[in-house]
Design a protein. Structure first.
Length: 620
C-alpha cells in the first residue's frame, strides 16, 4: 500500500482509470457534516485526465443525492463514470468498479486519504494501484498518467456507453445472452489494413486482455506485415443499439502456414462475443494462445449480424457513415465549447482551455494570440513563455491560423470578453490572463493572488517579476475585437466558414462580476456589427436560449448541461451541417440512479424499465 510521499514514484503500470474518494481527498471537508470546498486545481485535473483518455470514477461513503448535487453544480458530474456512492465498505465497491470497467486492477489507481480504505481495496482487487492525496500535486507529471490526447473524449464516451449497457442489463434482469440478442450487434470486416495502419498499430500496442498472441511489433514491422502479400490481415468494426465501437479488433494470418499470428480485440467489446464470432467466421485457423486472455473462443454466437456495408471477400469497404472530408470542423474555446463538444460527433479537431504543467489554467481562443500565432514568436518571446504558467507555446501555435486544415471554424469569443491583456515591455509579447477587471500587477492585489496561485508556481517573487516585465492593457476594446474578427475571417481557408459563439446577456446577480452582462452586451453588439459585413461568418447566438437564472451554474459563462445541448444544435444549424448532435438519452441519469438504489428500491427500477421499454426517443 502506498501511504507515504513516495507513492508518486512507485506506480507500476499505465493508469487507465482513476477511482476517487471525495471527502478530504477530492474536496476539502466532509459532505455529511457540512459544506465542502472544491479545489479548482483538482477539477481541472479530472478534466485533463479525461482529455488524456484516462477516465475517472468515484467510490465514496456518502449519500448519493448530495454528492450528485455538488458535482452537478460544478458541471462535473458527467466527467465521472461507474460512480459508487453509499455507506458500504469500499473494498468490494472498488473491485466492482474495476470489473465493470473491464480493466485489470494494475491499470487502476484508487486515491483515498484513509490507509485502511486503500488496504481494503487492495485486498479485494489484488494488483490495484493505490495512493493518498499527497500524489495529487504530481499526478499529471507521472509517466503512468501521460495518456494520449483525447480532447474529443472518445474514451469517456465509450465508458459511458458501457455503463449504460450495464445498467440496462441490471434493470431488465435477463440473462447475458438474451441481453446480447436484444442489443442488435453488427460487425463489419475490412481488409484495407494499410489504410488504417496508425490506428491499428496503436490497438496492437494497447490491447492486453483480449490479445491472444501478445505480439508487439514496431510500427515499421507492422507496416511491413500488412503490406506483405503472404499475410492476410483485416480489422473489424462493431456497433449496437447503444452506439458505435469503431475499429475494435485486428487479425493477421500467415498464408504459408494458415495460422493466426495476430488476433486481438479492444476491451470495449469484451463480453459481446465478437472474438468468438470472428474466429468461427475465419474458419477456426490454428492459433497459439500466449499468456492469459479474458475470453475463450468456444461457444456459439447467434446474436451478431454482418454489416452489409462491407464486402469482406473482395476487400471493398463502404463508407459506413464516416463524415466526408469536406466536413472537417475545428472547435476552439473554453468551458462552453468543451462541454458542447460532448454532444457533437463528426470529423472534429479541438483546442480547449486546459490545465498546464503547473496546474495553472491555460485558456484557448483569444484573438490576440491568434495574431501572434500567425506571425510566430521570436526566440526571446518563446523563452519568455516558458516562464509563464498561464500560457504555453501551443497557445501561440493555434491551428486556427497555423497550417489551418478545416472547413468550419467554431470559435467561442468569451475569452476575448473576459480576460485582461498584458504586454511585455521588452519583446511585445501579449498575454491574456485573469479577469479584465483585475490588474494582476497591482501590489495591493498581490497577497490574494499569491494565495490563489502559489501552487501553480506563481509566488510573491514571480508576481513581482511579472509586474516589472509586463504592462497591463485592460480588456480588449470593442474596436480592436472587431478588427481581429475581420482579420480572422480573412485569414481562415478560402472555402471555410466561421461560426462565432457569443455571450449571454441575462442580468445574473454576481458579487464577483457585477454588471458583467452589460459588458457582454457591448461586445455582442460589436460582434453583430462586424459579422454583418462578413460573407463567411455567422453568430451562434446564445441570447436566444440562455434566458433565465436557472440556465446558469456559478457565473455568466457557465451554463446548465441542457443549454450546451441546445448550443450544439445551434452550431450545427448555423453552418456546421456535417456535425452530428448526439444528445444523451434522458434515461442515462435515471438509470444511473436506479442502478445505485436497485437493492432497496426495486419497484422504482422496474417501473423505470417499463417506461423505457415503452419507447423513449432520441433526436438527431
Amino acid at each position: 500500500m502506498n501511504d507515504d510521499d513516495t507513492s508518486a514514484e512507485v506506480l507500476s503500470a499505465a493508469v487507465k482509470l482513476v477511482v476517487w474518494d471525495l471527502d478530504d481527498t477530492f474536496w476539502q471537508g466532509t459532505l455529511s457534516e457540512g459544506p465542502v470546498v472544491l479545489d479548482p486545481v483538482l477539477v481541472g485535473l479530472v478534466r485533463t485526465l479525461n482529455r488524456r483518455g484516462i477516465v475517472n470514477a468515484i467510490c465514496s461513503k456518502n449519500d448519493d443525492a448530495p454528492v450528485r448535487a455538488e458535482l452537478v453544480a460544478a458541471d462535473l458530474w458527467d466527467e465521472f463514470v461507474f460512480s459508487r456512492v453509499d455507506w458500504t465498505p469500499k473494498g468490494p465497491r472498488v473491485a466492482q468498479i474495476v470489473e465493470d470497467a473491464q480493466l485489470r486492477p494494475e491499470n487502476v489507481l484508487f486515491i483515498d486519504d484513509l490507509p485502511s480504505n486503500l488496504g481494503e481495496a487492495e485486498h479485494y482487487a489484488p494488483g490495484l494501484q493505490t495512493a493518498g492525496p499527497e500524489i495529487l500535486d504530481r499526478l499529471l507529471d507521472l509517466p503512468q498518467l501521460a495518456g494520449k490526447d483525447d480532447h474529443a473524449l472518445s474514451r469517456l464516451r465509450q465508458y459511458q456507453l458501457l455503463e449504460r449497457k450495464l445498467v440496462d442489463r441490471q434493470v431488465t434482469g435477463s440473462s447475458h445472452e438474451d441481453f446480447l440478442r436484444s442489443s442488435a450487434i453488427r460487425v463489419s470486416i475490412h481488409e484495407d489494413s494499410a489504410g488504417e495502419v496508425d490506428r491499428l498499430h496503436e490497438l496492437v500496442l494497447r490491447t492486453n486482455q483480449l490479445n491472444f498472441t501478445k505480439r508487439r511489433p514496431t510500427r515499421d514491422e507492422f507496416v511491413a506485415m500488412v503490406s506483405d502479400p503472404s499475410v492476410v490481415s483485416g480489422y473489424v468494426e462493431a456497433s449496437d443499439r447503444y452506439g458505435d465501437y469503431d475499429i475494435c479488433g485486428f487479425y493477421a494470418i500467415d498464408r504459408t502456414t494458415g495460422a493466426l499470428t495476430d488476433f486481438l480485440f479492444s476491451c470495449r467489446v469484451m463480453g459481446m462475443g465478437v472474438e468468438q464470432w470472428l474466429y468461427e467466421r475465419l474458419g477456426r485457423p490454428e492459433l497459439e494462445v500466449v499468456g492469459d486472455v479474458a475470453s475463450t473462443l468456444t461457444g456459439t454466437i447467434d446474436w451478431i449480424t454482418v454489416d452489409d456495408g462491407t464486402d469482406h471477400d473482395t476487400g471493398a469497404t463502404a463508407d459506413r457513415g464516416r463524415p466526408d472530408r469536406t466536413g472537417r470542423i475545428l472547435i476552439v474555446g473554453g468551458c462552453d465549447l468543451s462541454t458542447t463538444a460532448d454532444f457533437l460527433g463528426g470529423d472534429i479537431a479541438t483546442e480547449f482551455a486546459h490545465p498546464g504543467s503547473t496546474g495553472a489554467f491555460i485558456h484557448a481562443g483569444h484573438t490576440e494570440t491568434f495574431r501572434l500565432s500567425a506571425t510566430g514568436l521570436t526566440p526571446d518571446q518563446e523563452a519568455l513563455v516558458d516562464r509563464l504558467p498561464m500560457v504555453d507555446l501551443d497557445t501561440y501555435r493555434s491551428a486556427t491560423v497555423v497550417d489551418p486544415d478545416y472547413d468550419v471554424l467554431v470559435l467561442s469569443v468569451l475569452t476575448d470578453y473576459t480576460q485582461g491583456l498584458y504586454r511585455h515591455k521588452g519583446t511585445g509579447l501579449v498575454v491574456p490572463w485573469n479577469q479584465f477587471t483585475v490588474d494582476v500587477t497591482d501590489p495591493e492585489r498581490r497577497p490574494r493572488l499569491v494565495q490563489r496561485h502559489a501552487r501553480e508556481s506563481m509566488d510573491d517573487a514571480w508576481f513581482a517579476w511579472f509586474a516589472d516585465e509586463f504592462e497591463p492593457l485592460g480588456g480588449i476594446t470593442p474596436e480592436r475585437f472587431q478588427e481581429n474578427i475581420a482579420w480572422l475571417a480573412a485569414t481562415i481557408p478560402e472555402h471555410a466558414s466561421l461560426i462565432l459563439v457569443n455571450g449571454a446577456e441575462f442580468p445574473l446577480d454576481s458579487a464577483k462580476e457585477p454588471d458583467r452582462h452589460l459588458h457582454h452586451r457591448t461586445m455582442n453588439a460589436a460582434l453583430d456589427d462586424v459579422v454583418a459585413g462578413l460573407a463567411n461568418a455567422r453568430v451562434c447566438d446564445v441570447r436566444t436560449f440562455i434566458t433565465a437564472q436557472d440556465d446558469f451554474t456559478d457565473h455568466l459563462r457557465h451554463y446548465r448541461r441542457r443549454s450546451y445541448l441546445t448550443m450544439a444544435e445551434e452550431i450545427r444549424s448555423a453552418g456546421a451541417a456535417t456535425l452530428e448532435v448526439q444528445p444523451e438519452r434522458w434515461t442515462a441519469a435515471a438509470y444511473a440512479k436506479a442502478y445505485r438504489f436497485a437493492g432497496r428500491r426495486r419497484l422504482e427500477v422496474e417501473r423505470l424499465a417499463g417506461r423505457v421499454r415503452g419507447g423513449s426517443t432520441r433526436r438527431t
